[in-house]
Design a protein around this ligand. Structure first.
Ligand SMILES: Nc1ncnc2c1ncn2[C@@H]1O[C@@H]2COP(=O)(O)O[C@H]2[C@H]1O
Length: 464
């Protein structure tokens, strides 16, 4: 396993700052006693130093030791004298595979598991399993299921909820990594697969899993939709590889660090982000800046010339900002004008960019165009998030935002309005631009779903 060389080292004798803990995680010294099999945690604690890991790199533990330390590594346990102020890198995978000083179930290992994230915990458990156990067979079943699902990742009826369960909540990383390979982007841009994975792990972690709707599952769903759109002939034959790269990165990052409340809430509560972005496209600007910071932190594009990187970052911003739903009419009017004049030229980079913005918008709000089985789940999730915001507003004596009052709004009513006024106008234009079987399929689902939402016999609580 390759080791990232440019990882920042935690300061040796100062406490780990909270922001470093959040991004990189930290493991107490107790863990290192399990690793070295030697001194007790108490003894180690007397020494200064620490153990850290990078949340993006699941294979390596970093030990920072001060003083004269006897170390027994995970391989043949020949004692090694650490130099004062030594900084030791430990191959985390070898640590788990090697059964030497560490026994599964031993105290050190248990505490180790506790401190790992869900994602990393799963991975390490997997590495510890014996090849012949029944759990291992279950893993095989899940791996096969994931592979089978990925083979159909271009299907509009792709069940993202089942995929997320099959990947144990790691759908974003698994699916996006696969799509980078599928589109040949990893090879074309000479992307380091480890950095790509690190980037995606950080992206997934920066979505709030407690949000019913704006979480990593939504980002995965949007990325899968984006892939379906990129495969449409109008795009597949005209977009550059750079456009494709941008489109995937924008889709997967477009709601990063979403707080689960809307811009109006942030403005009215005087949130610092609202002040920072002057009450305009507050959330989208934040998602974009988070995306840029993770791109830079992962070093994914570091090998590209700086001008190309800056240009990519700017265009990424312009795609993410296009998802601001309050600006929909502006984008749609421009798109419609081109379609009416029939002057949209995919050879023109600025026209291609507008098309990408519209594609991004379609991917973002395509959930009502999915088959009912999927669409209804998204509807429940988005309503749950709206109503939760309304509950918070009521609790603090604020005016309840539109669509957020669980006493006077209903899922069916919200969905019917959203489909009629927002989704349908956008997808009608999209269908004019890309008149394919997928576009007709989406419009057909949209109509079926609208019929169900507006059928009073199915939704008796719907206001007339
Ligand atoms: N099924 C849906 N029903 C109602 N609103 C939705 C639905 N899907 C998406 N949205 C809204 O569309 C918005 C698109 O931008 P956001 O992700 O910021 O927030 C999203 C929701 O407010």
């Amino acid at each position: 396993m390759e080791v990232c060389s440019q990882l920042p080292v935690l300061p040796l004798d100062r406490p780990v700052p909270q922001h470093v803990l959040r991004r990189r995680g930290a493991i107490s010294l107790g863990t290192s006693s399990a690793l070295f099999g030697g001194p007790s945690p108490r003894q180690l604690c007397k020494r200064r130093g620490g153990v850290s890991y990078n949340s993006a790199d699941q294979a390596v533990l970093y030990l920072h030791l001060l003083g004269d330390v006897k170390q027994r590594g995970p391989g043949p346990s020949e004692p090694v004298r650490g130099a004062p102020h030594s900084h030791v890198k430990v191959d985390y995978q070898r640590f788990h595979c090697h059964q030497g000083p560490v026994r599964p179930g031993a105290r050190g290992l248990k505490s180790h598991h506790r401190r790992l994230s869900f994602q990393r915990g799963l991975k390490s458990r997997h590495l510890l399993q014996r090849p012949s156990g029944p759990q291992h067979l279950l893993d095989q079943v899940y791996n096969c299921q994931v592979q089978c699902m990925l083979d159909k990742v271009d299907s509009w009826d792709f069940d993202i909820f089942m995929f997320d369960r099959a990947t144990n909540g790691n759908g974003l990383v698994t699916l996006t990594f696969h799509l980078f390979l599928q589109l040949g982007l990893t090879r074309l841009f000479r992307l380091d697969p480890i950095k790509l994975r690190s980037f995606l792990v950080m992206v997934q972690a920066d979505y709030h899993q407690r949000n019913p709707y704006h979480n990593s599952l939504h980002a995965t769903d949007v990325t899968q939709a984006m892939y379906c759109f990129l495969r449409q002939p109008k795009l597949a034959t005209t977009l550059s590889s750079c456009d494709m790269l941008l489109a995937l990165v924008a889709a997967v990052t477009h709601d990063l660090d979403h707080p689960g409340v809307n811009q109006g809430f942030l403005v009215r509560t005087g949130h610092h982000l609202a002040a920072l972005y002057k009450n305009s496209s507050v959330l989208e600007s934040h998602h974009w800046r988070c995306a840029v910071s993770l791109l830079r932190e992962s070093g994914l594009l570091d090998h590209l010339p700086i001008t190309d990187r800056l240009n990519l970052e700017e265009r990424l911003g312009s795609l993410i900002l296009a998802t601001d739903i309050s600006q929909q009419n502006r984008y749609l009017a421009r798109f419609r004008e081109h379609l009416d004049r029939e002057d949209l030229s995919m050879a023109d980079p600025s026209h291609r960019h507008l098309v990408l913005q519209i594609t991004m918008k379609c991917a973002d709000i395509c959930n009502p165009c999915r088959v009912w089985r999927l669409c209804s789940q998204w509807s429940s999730r988005v309503t749950a998030e709206f109503f939760h915001q309304g509950d918070v507003e009521k609790k603090h004596g604020m005016a309840v935002s539109p669509l957020c009052d669980r006493l006077s709004d209903s899922t069916a009513h919200i969905q019917a309005g959203f489909i009629r006024h927002v989704v349908e106008p956008l997808f009608r234009e999209w269908c004019r631009f890309s008149c394919t079987s997928l576009s007709h399929h989406m419009l057909a689902h949209l109509q079926t779903n609208l019929d169900r939402w507006t059928d009073p016999s199915q939704h008796p609580e719907t206001p007339p």
